[in-house]
Design a protein around this ligand. Structure first.
Ligand SMILES: [Zn+2]
Length: 141
């Protein structure tokens, strides 16, 4: 766990993850922690209305990491269309890095690139690059 990360209310979506120190570009910030689960289990959990949120992060077509119970600060990274961070999948690990220099006090965000789904969800990231929806089909779709 990176001790300089903290959770507080966010303009994007209820709560977000912020940094209380400067982070330089391409610095490894944290690993997305949680339970390694199968695709079937991930889909079952995503449709479970008794859960208060979805924290499944897909590694590939067969597995996902679910941060719902065992997650760390990374599960609070909100989506932004112009994010401060990016992720890389390395085997069964998802690693979050700084996409640019990040100043003390800034919110940490990721472009989750959600699949286009039946219902469009409005994006509140507020960036100049905002695509308008969390799950809008990309230009190549
Ligand atoms: Zn946006």
């Amino acid at each position: 766990m990176s001790e300089y990360l903290f959770i507080k209310e966010s303009a994007i979506n209820r709560f977000g993850c912020f940094t209380n120190k400067f982070i330089s570009k391409d610095h490894l910030i944290a690993e997305y922690e949680g339970e390694l689960i199968s695709a079937e289990e991930a889909m079952r959990r995503e449709e479970d209305m008794n859960r208060s949120g979805i924290y499944t992060f897909w590694l590939n077509d067969e597995n996902a990491i679910d941060g719902y119970n065992k997650g760390n600060h990374t599960k609070y990274f909100n989506h932004s269309c112009d994010p401060s961070c990016y992720y890389e999948v390395a085997g069964n690990k998802i690693l979050f890095y700084a996409a640019r220099d990040i100043q003390q006090g800034e919110e940490l965000t990721i472009d989750y690139d959600y699949d286009a789904d039946s219902e469009l969800i409005v994006c509140l990231c507020g960036s100049a690059e905002c695509r308008g929806y969390l799950n809008e089909a990309g230009e190549n779709a």
